[in-house]
Design a binder for this molecule. Sequence first.
Ligand code: ATP
Ligand code: MG
Length: 453
Amino acid sequence: MLEALESAGLEAWLVGGWVRDALRGAPCHDVDLCCSGSWQQSKRALEDAGIRVIESGIKFGGITAVALGERIEVTTYRLDGFYRDGRHPESVEYAERVEDDLARRDFTVNAMAWHPVRGLLDLYGGADDLSRGIIRAVGDPRRRFEEDALRMLRAVRFACRLDYIIEPETARALAECAPLLTAVARERVGVELDGILATGRGGDALLRYPELMCEAVPELAVCRGFDQHSRYHAYDVYEHTARVLTVAGELSLCSEDGRTPATAPSATLMWAALLHDVGKPECFTLDESGNGHFYGHPELGAAMAKRIMHRLALPSELIRDVCLLIRYHDRPLRPERSSLLRMVNLLSAGTDDAARLIELLFDIKRADTLGKAPSCFDYVEDIERMRLQVRALLGAGEAYSLKTLALTGRDLIAAGVAPGPEIGARLGSALDAVIDGKVANETAALLDYLRLR
Ligand code: ATP
Ligand code: MG
C-alpha cells in the first residue's frame, strides 16, 4: 500500500500503535497509514494498484484500504484532534507535513512514524520512552489534557496495558486536570474504563491515579480513606477495592496450572471487583465495641453498580451479571450440596449461564478474601474446596433450578395435577427436595416423591 501511494507521487508512513507495538516486538491488531494526499488522491492511487478502498471516514480525511484480508486505515496528514463517537468536525484542518500530524498525537510512544526506506521518525523520544517503559505526553501535558480530557484515561489504559509508568509531569497534570473529565461523554469514559479493567491491572490504576479514577466513577471517592474499623480489614474501602482488583486480574493473567497461556480477564469479574464494595460507606455502622459493620452493602452495592454502569453505557448483560456477583459476593456459603446448589440457583436468575457465574463468584470471593487482613487468607482454601464441589455437582447433572429439574409442568399435568398455581408449588417443592438431596433428579423418582405415581 505504501508503494502504491508513493508511486503516485504521495508520501506515506506507518503511524501510531502499529509502530509502537512493532518496536516492542508485540503483535498488533490494527495498522494505520498517514499520507500527504487528500482522500481522493489516496483512493485513486490505491485503486490504480488494484487495491479495494472503502470510504469509511471521508468527512475527516480517512479511507480504509483492503488487501490480503487486512484492513488498513489511510488518513490524510492533519492538524486537528481525534474524533470518535460520530461527532466529526464540520471542517478538517489538513497538514502539509507528517511532522505536524505527529505533533497532535497523544503520547510519545504513540507519536512515531516508520517507513521501510526512510526508517523511524521519532521527534519526541518515543523509542527511548518505550525502552524505559514510560508514558509521556507529547508537549505540555496540561494543554494536551485540556484539549481532550479523554487522553487522561488513555494514558492510564496504556500504562496499565504495557505495565509502564506515567512520567511524573504527565502524572501530575493528570491529577490536576482530572476534574476536566466531567466534560467527556460518559459512554466514552465507559469504553476507556473497560479498556483499563481489561488489562487486568485496574488495581494499579486505582492506587496510582486515584484522582482520575474517582472522577471516572465518583462513587469511589467516598471509599478513599474510609476506615472499616474491622480486624478483618487491613485497608480502607478504596485500597481494599484496588487489592481485590489486582488479585482478580492476576487470576486471569496467571492460569490455574501455571502453564497454559493466560486468558483475557473476564469483564464481569473486573467490573464486579471494581464496584463490589461501593455500597459500603453508606451502610456503615459502628457497634458499642467499636467494630464496623456494613449490613446491606451487597444489595445497595448492586443497585449502585447498576446505576453506574448504565450511566457508562455498558452492555446490559454485563450489568446484569456484575450486579448478581455483587449482590451475592458476601453471602455465607457452606461446603454442603444444598448451600452450594442454592447459590447456583440464585445466580441463575435471568441467565442461562449459572455455571460460568458460580466460577466467577468463587473468583470474586477469593480476590475479596485476599484483599482483607492476612488472618482471613485461610478462607481461600475453603473457597477452592467449594469450587471443586460445585464442579462435581454440576458435572453430575444435579438440578439447581426449575430449568434443570427433570420434571416439567407438562409432566405434572399428565400425572393429573390441575393447571394453575398448584403446578408451580409442586415444582418448587420437587426442586427443594433435589437440592436437599432427598430425591434424585429423575422424572420417575420426582413423581414418586410427589406421590403422583
Ligand atoms: P490500540 O492498540 O489501543 O488500538 P492505538 O495506539 O492504535 O492503540 P488508537 O486509539 O487506535 O490507539 O489510536 C491510534 C493512534 O491515534 C494513537 O496511537 C495516537 O497516535 C492517535 N490518537 C488516538 N486517539 C488520540 C487522542 N485522543 N489524542 C491524541 N492522539 C490520539
Ligand atoms: Mg489502534
